[in-house]
Each structure stands twice: as C-alpha cells, then as structure tokens.
Design a protein. Structure first.
Length: 306
C-alpha cells in the first residue's frame, strides 16, 4: 500500500514509518521537524519537509505519491502550549486535518486521537469509547473537533476506512522531552542531572502504553475495510506518576531532584478501557517495567540533541 504518514520524523511517526516499510508498504512522510529529526527517517522514504498546512506541498504529495492511506500523527501535542496558543492549536490539529483529507482524498485514514485529553475528567474509569467527550483544554477540544471532521469525511466517502485511535499516555524511545511526555521529561532530567518539576503530589495516575504497542495498532488499522471505528489504545493499567519516578530511578540507578509545584488543571485519574480493541485483535504486550527499562536504555545511549 502507498502510505503517507504525517509527523513521520517524530516520536510515534518514526516507529510507524519503520514498521510500514518492514510490512512492505511504500511510505512518504510530511514533517516540519518541529519535534522530529530528519535522521529518524530511514532510506527509501519520500520526505517532504513542510507544515501540514502548506497547501502547495499537500498538492505535490497528492500528485507525486497519490497515497491510498493516510496515517495522521502530526499535531500540536502540548496541553500547556494549547492554553497559551489555542488558535494555533486548532489550526494545526483541526483545520489541517480537513485540509489533508480534502487534498489527499485517502481511502484509508488512521487518526491519532487522544484517550486522555478528549475525555477530560471522566466519571467512568477505566474509560470506554462511549463515554462523554469533555475536554478541559484546547488540545483536547481540537482532537474532538478533528474527530467530527473525520466522521463527516467517512459519511461523504462510504468506501473509505476511517479508524480513530484514542491513544493512552504513550512513551518510549524517540520521544522528545519538550513535547509534554512526562516519561521523556523525567529521563532527560535523570540523564543530565537536572531538576524535575512535579505538578501536584505525584499520585495522579495515567495509562502508560509503550510505543511499540501503539505502532501495532496503527498498522492493524491499515487493514480495516470500509467502515468508521473508534478504539481506545491503552493497557487498562493505572500507574501513579510517583511509581513511574521510582521505577526510572531504579533502572537508571540515579536519584531525581524533584521540585513540587501546585497542579494546574491536571486530570487526577486517566486509564482507558481497551476491551473493544482486544475484540478487534489488538492488545498491549509490553509491561510498564519493561517499557521503562527499554526507554531508559535509549536515553542513556542517545545523543543530546534528541
């Protein structure tokens, strides 16, 4: 299959690109390198160094690649940044999603949604897909609005397969420390002996899912036939941030310097019910202990620019 991956030089994207190539797909990547690195992209990939809002480039991709499938990962991913720059967040996460669909007209769409921010502070935990969408940030709202656009695209193109994957809290190698991922932030602080700013008391919980498991879901979604589906992609396990800190201090054999600050509208508990994905044939296979160990191993060996 001819697959276009937005954000393919970034964290989840670079892993997805490699997996698509391994599966025999032809791959093109659109990435402005705001959080990605060109050396994350393997040979054999058509790379377009551009913003996903660049109409000229999107038309060029359509003409030169004519992708059958779109894996849309590029986004403004920071909740704090979305509070500071809501208009830019909606432009990137919502309006550009419509632009990609209108110009590329893919027959298969895999969309990276949010299994945390889109539900807000859910009443039901673990949270299933049919829970109310109550985002508390422009980031979460931008993903919610993008889902509406994708639903409209499916109803206008009934032959299309549109799969929305609501990721839990993804972590692993290649995750930038400045992208909001708490595991990457802790690893950076441990590696460089820096201070870690802890929001709240550290008892807040998240459903931490390793990037390899996310990639499995992305590739499985490429096999979907014409239908519209939403899947939570998480472990179903609830891990306190304090326990993540302890585990990373253990594998790194280093002590973390922690400064505690008052939390700012932080979701207290977030864990996904991924039973629907299990029925679909997907499940997470990497434990939090193994995933954190693999992540620290990468951080301990990587070059500082990442």
């Amino acid at each position: 299959m001819n697959v276009c991956i937005t954000g393919g030089a970034g964290f989840i994207g670079s892993h997805t690109v490699s997996a698509c190539l391994k599966a025999g797909h032809t791959v093109s990547v659109i990435d402005n390198l705001s959080h990605g690195f060109k050396d994350n992209i393997p040979s054999g990939v058509s790379f377009y160094n551009a913003d996903i809002r660049d109409v000229t480039v999107l038309e060029k991709v359509k003409k030169e690649q004519n992708p059958e499938a779109l894996i849309h990962l590029a986004a403004q991913i920071s909740v704090p940044d979305s509070l500071k720059k809501p208009e830019e967040t909606f432009a990137i996460n919502t309006e550009a999603t419509k632009l990609l669909l209108d110009i590329l007209k893919p027959q298969k769409v895999v969309f990276a949604s949010s299994g945390g921010a889109i539900y807000g502070d859910p009443e039901v935990i673990p949270t299933p897909e049919d829970s109310p969408l109550m985002p508390t940030s422009p980031y979460g709202e931008s993903k919610k609005r993008a889902e509406v656009i994708l639903n409209e695209y499916f109803h206008a193109n009934k032959q299309a397969a549109v799969t929305l994957l609501r990721y839990a809290n993804v972590y692993g190698p290649h995750q930038p420390h400045d992208g909001g991922g708490v595991v990457a932030i802790i690893c950076k602080a441990l590696k460089d002996d820096e201070e870690f700013i802890l929001n709240g008391d550290g008892n807040q919980t998240r459903d931490f899912v390793y990037v390899e498991d996310i990639v499995k879901a992305n590739l499985k979604a490429l096999d979907q036939s014409a239908q519209y589906e939403i899947f939570n992609i998480g472990t179903g396990g609830e891990t306190q941030l304090n326990n993540v800190i302890k585990m990373l201090q253990g594998v790194s054999r280093k002590a973390l310097t922690i400064t505690q600050e008052k939390t700012q509208d932080e979701v207290v508990r977030s864990v996904l019910n991924s039973d629907k994905a299990k029925e679909w044939g997907w499940s997470s296979s990497v434990s939090i202990e193994d995933g954190l160990a693999k992540t620290w191993e990468w951080w301990s060996e990587k070059k500082s620019k990442h």
